[in-house]
Ligand binder design. Structure first.
Ligand code: SAM
Length: 202
């Protein structure tokens, strides 16, 4: 397994595939372990790196992960097969905003796809959240740019930063959810419905 993980890190580096930072995936793995999570939905598979690591957090967790890029999807399927975790990881080739998961419910929903679409993902997939479940979002610092917007030259990048800021605001003002923000990796949030009892991570 260790060799496969290193191989995926090398592939991601050489092919400009963004994958989660080590501290962030460790945080999520710890959450899965502590809370005995059994069903995870991930939005944004890339090459299956975080899915494979999450599946290693305990022996029973099942992951459904969605990827819309064909090349990355195929690479992810290859990696999942190599990991021997194909019974517990299902890779879905689709646009997350189009997919219909037919009434499935998850204990943990991990949002890690297009940064500009975070509100849309949250609104769609909160309907798939089990009682007591959480929605975790990565990249809320967007490589430090969210705090340093004035230094951003590219209009495109500025647009993404604006949308991440809007998402953070959306989480902070959401009446249905309580969100905790963690300065871990590229910035992580954990959102859970008000009035639902659950184990905490800290
Ligand atoms: N979670 C992965 C990991 O840490 O190993 C990294 C995911 S990468 C940051 C984001 C991925 O989301 C990209 O591969 C991109 O193609 C995919 N993506 C973007 N928008 C999407 C959408 N609407 N539906 C499904 N996948 C999407």
């Amino acid at each position: 397994m260790k060799e496969l993980i290193l191989e995926m890190e090398r592939y991601a580096g050489q092919n400009n595939v963004p994958i989660i930072e080590l501290d962030s995936i460790k945080f999520i793995m710890k959450y899965i372990k502590l809370n005995k999570v059994s069903k995870v939905l991930e939005i944004g598979t890339a090459i299956g790196y975080s899915a494979i690591l999450m599946a290693n957090a305990n022996s029973f967790v099942e992951i459904t992960t969605i990827e819309k890029d064909e090349k990355r999807y195929k690479e992810a399927v290859k990696n999942v097969n190599k990991s021997g975790l194909d019974k517990r990881i299902e890779v879905v080739y689709n646009d997350a905003l189009e997919v219909n998961l037919k009434g499935a419910k998850y204990d943990l929903i991990f949002i890690d796809a297009a940064k500009g679409q975070y509100i849309k993902y949250f609104e769609k997939f909160s309907n798939y959240l089990n009682k007591g479940g959480v929605i975790i979002t990565d990249n809320l610092k967007f490589h430090g740019l969210v705090k340093n917007k004035d230094f951003v030259k590219s209009k495109n990048v500025k647009g993404i930063v604006d949308r991440i800021e809007r998402y953070i605001d959306y989480l902070k003002t959401n009446k249905e959810y309580i969100t905790k923000f963690y300065d871990i990796g590229d910035g992580i949030s954990v959102s859970f419905r008000r009035n639902e009892k659950r184990e905490d991570i800290d």
